[in-house]
Ligand binder design. Structure first.
Ligand code: NAD
Length: 371
């Protein structure tokens, strides 16, 4: 089996799907490994770091010879069309938004694994690319916020008096939010967290943070949040407004799978914030948790600076690639035995992660928007 990783094309994409250590471990599965020349450079892995890996400058050759192609971002239709029929693609796919890509996978009889569809079950944790990338994004969001603030995060005693610690509020305590909370706490801020799932209260407390109590429980299916009703939204808003007004830094990370990012902060609440306060909106790509967020931009809205980062994991490309590549390795270990492909369609991880196989769209959610 030949497993190959491509050089990413996206303008803001610095990650690579295969890091040198993982290449060695894939070889141990009995596979040949190839890399498009220069694929790892942007994430600090020069071609020379990949031992026993064939470095291919000719992308077409690489695509047409690979049995399994690894990528980070959803690849272009052209890339899929240059793949060998019957080959496997492992990458983020986001099929509901990338319908042309899914059609190309289907028509090219490519078996497409969508890394964002790895089920959230204990056994699959080591393959969970959404979590590995969100962990880094959460960490980085606080640093990004800190550099936009006109003040420091920790309390500091100086010869001319003490500086007070900053107030940090993290809204949405999933994987990214908890990491943001931990990072802000480590940097010495006074932290509080908020989520619609009440079980996050204990997680916030265990990180040395307070939890904002709103009295609304929106636990949904599979450990995710459900959408709030209008009454619930009003109740939550009333409680949160005070906390928002007294924060120096807010990081918002709220998401409801398959839906637009929920709005957590509106213009009226922003207007009451302190001068110099900062909001980092990790929901920016999904429409924003905050009114006025512009994806990919930093904007001033009244007293607050709103940072709307896109693809934060790519800013930490070296380790984001390391974790993503290990997530893929763990998936490969499920589907390769002694150098041979063993696709078990009854396996929950395989079944839920596949988007296309053998000329068919296998993911019900994706089929709904395409067929
Ligand atoms: P996510 O990115 O889907 O959402 C981020 C957070 O936003 C969630 O905690 C959610 O509750 C919260 N949220 C949604 N609407 C909100 C609102 N209106 N106001 C405030 N907060 C709101 O979440 P995620 O990081 O992918 O994780 C979701 C859950 O899945 C977590 O409980 C996590 O621990 C769990 N999980 C389990 C596994 C596993 O078992 N393998 C892997 C990853 C995550």
């Amino acid at each position: 089996l030949k497993i190959a990783a491509i050089r990413e094309n996206g303008a803001n994409e610095r990650r690579v799907a295969l890091v040198p250590d993982v290449a060695v471990r894939i070889k141990r599965l009995g596979c040949d490994v190839a890399l498009e020349a220069g694929a790892g450079i942007a994430s600090s892995y020069p071609d020379s770091a990949y031992k026993d890996v064939s470095i291919e400058a000719d992308k077409k050759m690489l695509l047409s010879s690979a049995n399994i192609l690894l990528a980070v971002e959803p690849p272009s239709v052209e890339i899929v069309q240059a793949m060998k029929p019957g080959a496997i693609l492992i990458s983020f796919v986001y099929g509901r938004n990338n319908t042309a890509l899914v059609r190309a996978l289907r028509d090219g009889k490519i078996t497409g694994f969508a890394m964002e569809q790895i089920p959230r079950i204990s056994r699959a944790q080591a393959m969970d690319a959404l979590s590995s990338q969100a962990t880094l994004a959460g960490y980085y969001s606080v640093l990004l916020g800190a550099v936009h603030m006109p003040k420091i995060l920790p309390m500091m005693t100086t010869a001319v008096g003490s500086l007070r610690a900053a107030q940090v509020l993290i809204m949405g305590l999933g994987v990214a939010g908890l990491q943001a909370l931990a990072t802000a706490h480590r940097l010495g801020a006074v932290t509080e967290g908020y989520d619609v799932r009440p079980e996050t209260r204990d997680e916030a407390h265990s990180l040395g943070s307070k939890f904002v109590e709103t009295g609304v429980d929106a636990t949904g299916q599979g450990g995710y949040a459900r959408e709030l009703t209008a009454d619930e939204k009003a109740k939550v808003r009333a409680v949160l407004s005070d906390h928002i007004a007294r924060s120096d830094l807010i990081v918002t990370t709220a998401a409801v799978p398959g839906r637009k990012a929920p709005r957590l902060i509106d213009a009226e609440q922003i207007a009451k914030m302190k001068p110099g306060s900062v909001i980092v909106d990790l929901g920016a790509e999904g429409g924003g948790n905050c009114e006025g967020t512009k994806a990919g931009e930093t904007v001033q809205v009244g007293p607050a600076t709103i940072v709307g980062p896109v693809n934060l994991p790519s800013c930490l490309a070296e380790q984001a690639s390391e974790l993503y590549s290990k997530n893929i390795l763990n998936l490969l270990q499920q589907i390769i035995k002694d150098g041979k492909l063993t696709l078990d369609m009854t396996d929950e991880v395989v079944a839920k992660t596949l988007v296309t196989h053998d000329g068919k769209i296998t993911s019900e959610a994706v089929r709904q928007v395409i067929e």
